[in-house]
Design a protein around this ligand. Structure first.
Ligand code: NAP
Length: 254
Protein backbone atom coordinates (compact mmCIF):
# COMPACT_ATOMS: atom_id res chain seq x y z
CA UNK A 1 0.00 0.00 0.00
CA UNK A 2 1.23 3.51 -0.86
CA UNK A 3 0.51 6.31 1.55
CA UNK A 4 -0.54 9.35 -0.45
CA UNK A 5 0.78 12.73 0.66
CA UNK A 6 -2.38 14.33 -0.65
CA UNK A 7 -4.40 12.49 1.96
CA UNK A 8 -4.99 13.99 5.38
CA UNK A 9 -2.36 11.69 6.91
CA UNK A 10 0.38 13.59 8.75
CA UNK A 11 3.62 13.42 6.80
CA UNK A 12 6.58 11.96 8.65
CA UNK A 13 10.24 12.87 8.47
CA UNK A 14 13.44 11.57 10.01
CA UNK A 15 16.30 14.03 10.48
CA UNK A 16 19.75 12.91 11.59
CA UNK A 17 21.76 15.19 13.87
CA UNK A 18 18.58 17.05 14.72
CA UNK A 19 19.30 17.97 18.34
CA UNK A 20 20.79 21.37 17.43
CA UNK A 21 21.80 23.87 14.76
CA UNK A 22 20.66 23.29 11.16
CA UNK A 23 19.10 19.90 11.88
CA UNK A 24 16.98 21.26 14.72
CA UNK A 25 15.90 24.30 12.70
CA UNK A 26 14.92 22.01 9.81
CA UNK A 27 12.82 20.04 12.29
CA UNK A 28 11.23 23.25 13.56
CA UNK A 29 10.25 24.37 10.06
CA UNK A 30 8.87 20.96 9.08
CA UNK A 31 6.84 20.87 12.32
CA UNK A 32 5.48 24.30 11.43
CA UNK A 33 4.41 22.83 8.09
CA UNK A 34 2.50 20.05 9.82
CA UNK A 35 5.02 17.22 9.63
CA UNK A 36 5.60 14.68 12.36
CA UNK A 37 9.37 14.67 12.95
CA UNK A 38 11.67 12.02 14.37
CA UNK A 39 14.67 13.90 15.77
CA UNK A 40 17.70 11.69 15.45
CA UNK A 41 20.42 12.38 18.00
CA UNK A 42 23.38 10.38 19.22
CA UNK A 43 22.66 11.67 22.74
CA UNK A 44 19.00 11.12 23.58
CA UNK A 45 19.02 13.75 26.32
CA UNK A 46 20.05 16.44 23.84
CA UNK A 47 17.14 15.55 21.56
CA UNK A 48 14.74 15.51 24.51
CA UNK A 49 15.90 18.98 25.55
CA UNK A 50 15.37 20.18 21.98
CA UNK A 51 11.88 18.69 22.00
CA UNK A 52 11.02 20.48 25.25
CA UNK A 53 12.11 23.75 23.62
CA UNK A 54 9.97 23.03 20.55
CA UNK A 55 7.01 22.34 22.81
CA UNK A 56 7.33 25.82 24.35
CA UNK A 57 6.87 27.10 20.78
CA UNK A 58 3.68 25.05 20.41
CA UNK A 59 5.37 22.41 18.24
CA UNK A 60 4.35 19.08 19.75
CA UNK A 61 4.75 16.52 16.98
CA UNK A 62 8.41 15.69 17.49
CA UNK A 63 9.94 12.58 18.98
CA UNK A 64 13.51 11.85 20.05
CA UNK A 65 15.27 8.86 18.50
CA UNK A 66 18.71 7.70 19.59
CA UNK A 67 20.71 7.54 16.37
CA UNK A 68 24.46 7.60 15.90
CA UNK A 69 25.00 7.40 12.15
CA UNK A 70 28.58 6.19 12.60
CA UNK A 71 27.38 3.01 14.31
CA UNK A 72 25.51 0.32 12.32
CA UNK A 73 24.00 -1.16 15.51
CA UNK A 74 22.61 2.24 16.47
CA UNK A 75 21.13 2.71 12.98
CA UNK A 76 19.57 -0.77 13.10
CA UNK A 77 18.10 -0.09 16.55
CA UNK A 78 16.65 3.23 15.34
CA UNK A 79 15.11 1.47 12.32
CA UNK A 80 13.44 -1.08 14.59
CA UNK A 81 12.20 1.64 16.95
CA UNK A 82 10.76 3.83 14.19
CA UNK A 83 9.34 0.78 12.41
CA UNK A 84 7.32 0.05 15.54
CA UNK A 85 5.88 3.56 15.43
CA UNK A 86 5.15 4.03 11.73
CA UNK A 87 4.79 2.00 8.53
CA UNK A 88 5.83 4.91 6.34
CA UNK A 89 8.34 7.73 6.18
CA UNK A 90 7.87 10.58 3.73
CA UNK A 91 11.23 12.25 4.13
CA UNK A 92 14.76 11.47 5.22
CA UNK A 93 17.11 14.37 5.85
CA UNK A 94 20.68 13.13 6.16
CA UNK A 95 21.96 16.15 8.06
CA UNK A 96 24.41 14.78 10.64
CA UNK A 97 27.92 15.84 9.73
CA UNK A 98 31.34 16.59 11.15
CA UNK A 99 34.24 18.53 9.67
CA UNK A 100 37.36 16.95 11.14
CA UNK A 101 38.76 20.16 12.60
CA UNK A 102 41.41 22.50 11.24
CA UNK A 103 43.90 22.64 9.68
CA UNK A 104 43.25 19.90 7.15
CA UNK A 105 45.78 19.90 4.36
CA UNK A 106 46.12 17.29 1.65
CA UNK A 107 49.69 16.62 2.71
CA UNK A 108 49.37 16.83 6.49
CA UNK A 109 45.96 15.37 7.32
CA UNK A 110 45.76 12.34 9.53
CA UNK A 111 44.16 9.47 7.61
CA UNK A 112 42.48 8.27 10.82
CA UNK A 113 40.62 11.61 10.98
CA UNK A 114 39.68 11.24 7.30
CA UNK A 115 38.22 7.86 8.13
CA UNK A 116 36.25 9.31 11.05
CA UNK A 117 34.79 12.08 8.88
CA UNK A 118 33.90 9.74 6.02
CA UNK A 119 32.33 7.40 8.56
CA UNK A 120 29.80 10.09 9.45
CA UNK A 121 29.45 12.16 6.27
CA UNK A 122 29.40 9.32 3.72
CA UNK A 123 29.05 5.90 5.33
CA UNK A 124 26.60 7.31 7.88
CA UNK A 125 24.35 8.53 5.08
CA UNK A 126 24.58 5.15 3.33
CA UNK A 127 23.77 3.29 6.57
CA UNK A 128 20.72 5.39 7.34
CA UNK A 129 19.45 5.49 3.75
CA UNK A 130 19.75 1.71 3.36
CA UNK A 131 18.08 1.07 6.71
CA UNK A 132 15.09 3.35 6.08
CA UNK A 133 14.56 2.97 2.33
CA UNK A 134 11.75 0.44 2.80
CA UNK A 135 9.75 2.85 4.96
CA UNK A 136 10.33 5.64 2.42
CA UNK A 137 9.17 3.37 -0.42
CA UNK A 138 5.78 3.21 1.30
CA UNK A 139 5.27 6.94 0.70
CA UNK A 140 3.65 8.12 -2.53
CA UNK A 141 6.09 11.06 -2.68
CA UNK A 142 9.27 10.14 -0.82
CA UNK A 143 12.02 12.75 -0.48
CA UNK A 144 15.66 12.39 0.52
CA UNK A 145 17.81 15.45 1.18
CA UNK A 146 21.50 14.82 1.69
CA UNK A 147 22.95 17.87 3.38
CA UNK A 148 26.12 18.70 1.49
CA UNK A 149 28.34 21.72 0.97
CA UNK A 150 29.08 23.92 -2.03
CA UNK A 151 32.71 23.48 -0.95
CA UNK A 152 32.44 19.96 -2.39
CA UNK A 153 32.06 21.33 -5.93
CA UNK A 154 35.11 20.44 -8.05
CA UNK A 155 34.24 23.30 -10.41
CA UNK A 156 33.96 25.96 -7.70
CA UNK A 157 37.01 24.70 -5.82
CA UNK A 158 39.00 25.24 -9.03
CA UNK A 159 37.59 28.71 -9.71
CA UNK A 160 39.76 31.49 -8.22
CA UNK A 161 36.82 33.88 -8.63
CA UNK A 162 34.63 31.83 -6.28
CA UNK A 163 34.19 33.68 -2.99
CA UNK A 164 35.20 30.66 -0.90
CA UNK A 165 38.15 29.69 -3.13
CA UNK A 166 40.51 29.98 -0.16
CA UNK A 167 38.29 27.72 1.99
CA UNK A 168 39.98 24.42 1.28
CA UNK A 169 39.73 21.37 3.52
CA UNK A 170 41.27 18.11 2.41
CA UNK A 171 39.15 16.00 4.73
CA UNK A 172 35.72 17.61 4.78
CA UNK A 173 35.38 18.55 1.11
CA UNK A 174 36.28 15.07 -0.20
CA UNK A 175 33.74 13.55 2.22
CA UNK A 176 30.97 15.77 0.87
CA UNK A 177 32.10 15.25 -2.74
CA UNK A 178 31.78 11.52 -2.11
CA UNK A 179 28.35 12.13 -0.59
CA UNK A 180 27.39 14.01 -3.75
CA UNK A 181 28.35 11.04 -5.89
CA UNK A 182 26.41 8.72 -3.57
CA UNK A 183 23.43 11.05 -4.11
CA UNK A 184 23.80 10.81 -7.89
CA UNK A 185 23.87 7.01 -7.72
CA UNK A 186 20.89 6.89 -5.38
CA UNK A 187 18.84 9.24 -7.55
CA UNK A 188 19.73 7.14 -10.61
CA UNK A 189 18.64 3.91 -8.94
CA UNK A 190 15.34 5.54 -7.93
CA UNK A 191 14.77 7.41 -11.22
CA UNK A 192 11.70 5.36 -12.21
CA UNK A 193 10.03 5.89 -8.83
CA UNK A 194 8.35 8.91 -7.18
CA UNK A 195 11.50 9.61 -5.13
CA UNK A 196 13.25 12.98 -5.25
CA UNK A 197 16.83 12.73 -4.04
CA UNK A 198 18.98 15.84 -3.89
CA UNK A 199 22.22 17.09 -2.36
CA UNK A 200 21.46 20.46 -0.76
CA UNK A 201 23.93 22.95 0.69
CA UNK A 202 22.44 24.99 3.53
CA UNK A 203 24.90 27.84 2.97
CA UNK A 204 27.72 29.10 5.18
CA UNK A 205 25.79 29.19 8.43
CA UNK A 206 26.61 30.36 11.94
CA UNK A 207 26.66 27.17 14.05
CA UNK A 208 28.98 25.24 16.36
CA UNK A 209 30.26 23.57 13.19
CA UNK A 210 32.36 26.65 12.32
CA UNK A 211 32.55 28.29 15.76
CA UNK A 212 29.78 30.60 14.58
CA UNK A 213 31.92 32.15 11.85
CA UNK A 214 29.27 31.35 9.25
CA UNK A 215 27.54 34.38 7.76
CA UNK A 216 24.05 32.92 7.31
CA UNK A 217 21.36 32.07 9.85
CA UNK A 218 20.00 28.65 10.73
CA UNK A 219 16.59 29.93 9.64
CA UNK A 220 17.90 30.51 6.10
CA UNK A 221 19.71 27.17 6.14
CA UNK A 222 16.65 25.26 7.37
CA UNK A 223 14.44 26.87 4.73
CA UNK A 224 16.87 25.82 1.96
CA UNK A 225 16.65 22.21 3.11
CA UNK A 226 12.90 22.22 3.71
CA UNK A 227 12.31 23.50 0.17
CA UNK A 228 13.66 20.20 -1.19
CA UNK A 229 11.81 18.12 1.39
CA UNK A 230 8.46 19.48 0.27
CA UNK A 231 9.12 19.74 -3.50
CA UNK A 232 6.37 18.51 -5.74
CA UNK A 233 6.42 15.83 -8.39
CA UNK A 234 7.73 18.34 -10.97
CA UNK A 235 10.77 19.11 -8.79
CA UNK A 236 14.35 18.11 -9.57
CA UNK A 237 16.09 14.93 -8.54
CA UNK A 238 19.77 14.02 -8.56
CA UNK A 239 20.84 17.68 -8.37
CA UNK A 240 23.47 19.61 -6.44
CA UNK A 241 21.75 22.64 -4.95
CA UNK A 242 23.22 25.75 -3.32
CA UNK A 243 20.88 28.71 -3.24
CA UNK A 244 23.63 30.75 -1.59
CA UNK A 245 25.72 30.26 -4.75
CA UNK A 246 22.93 30.37 -7.32
CA UNK A 247 19.87 32.18 -5.96
CA UNK A 248 18.13 31.81 -9.35
CA UNK A 249 17.70 28.07 -9.80
CA UNK A 250 19.80 26.79 -6.92
CA UNK A 251 21.60 24.30 -9.14
CA UNK A 252 25.40 24.42 -9.06
CA UNK A 253 28.11 22.49 -10.93
CA UNK A 254 29.51 19.29 -9.43
P1 NAP B 1 26.70 21.26 13.98
O1 NAP B 1 26.23 22.51 14.62
O2 NAP B 1 28.07 20.80 14.29
O3 NAP B 1 25.66 20.09 14.25
C1 NAP B 1 25.93 18.82 13.71
C2 NAP B 1 24.89 17.83 14.14
O4 NAP B 1 25.30 16.54 13.65
C3 NAP B 1 24.76 17.73 15.65
O5 NAP B 1 23.42 17.44 15.99
C4 NAP B 1 25.66 16.53 15.95
O6 NAP B 1 25.32 15.87 17.15
C5 NAP B 1 25.31 15.67 14.75
N1 NAP B 1 26.23 14.54 14.60
C6 NAP B 1 27.57 14.57 14.49
N2 NAP B 1 28.05 13.32 14.40
C7 NAP B 1 26.99 12.49 14.48
C8 NAP B 1 26.82 11.09 14.46
N3 NAP B 1 27.86 10.26 14.38
N4 NAP B 1 25.58 10.58 14.53
C9 NAP B 1 24.51 11.41 14.62
N5 NAP B 1 24.59 12.74 14.68
C10 NAP B 1 25.83 13.27 14.60
O7 NAP B 1 26.66 21.41 12.37
P2 NAP B 1 25.65 22.19 11.40
O8 NAP B 1 26.27 23.47 11.00
O9 NAP B 1 24.27 22.19 11.94
O10 NAP B 1 25.75 21.24 10.12
C11 NAP B 1 24.69 20.36 9.75
C12 NAP B 1 25.02 19.82 8.37
O11 NAP B 1 25.18 20.91 7.45
C13 NAP B 1 26.33 19.03 8.32
O12 NAP B 1 26.17 17.92 7.46
C14 NAP B 1 27.31 20.03 7.69
O13 NAP B 1 28.35 19.38 7.00
C15 NAP B 1 26.39 20.78 6.75
N6 NAP B 1 26.87 22.09 6.37
C16 NAP B 1 27.04 23.06 7.31
C17 NAP B 1 27.49 24.31 6.91
C18 NAP B 1 27.68 25.43 7.90
O14 NAP B 1 28.21 26.49 7.49
N7 NAP B 1 27.31 25.27 9.17
C19 NAP B 1 27.74 24.59 5.55
C20 NAP B 1 27.55 23.57 4.61
C21 NAP B 1 27.10 22.34 5.04
P3 NAP B 1 26.03 16.23 18.57
O15 NAP B 1 25.31 17.42 19.11
O16 NAP B 1 25.84 14.98 19.37
O17 NAP B 1 27.47 16.54 18.27
Amino acid sequence: MLYNLKSKRMKKALITGANKSIGLETARQLLQKGYYVYLGSRDLNNAREAIEKLKTEGLNNAEAIKLDVSDQDSVNAARIEIGEKTAVLDALINNAGINGGLPQTAIGSDVATMHEVFNVNLYGVARVTQAFIDLLQKSAQPRIVNVTSSSASFTLQNDPAWKYFEHKGAIYTPSKAALNMYTVNLAYELRHTPFKVNAVCPGYTSTDFNNHNGTGTVEEAGARIVKYVIIGDEGPTGKFISEETNPETGEIPW
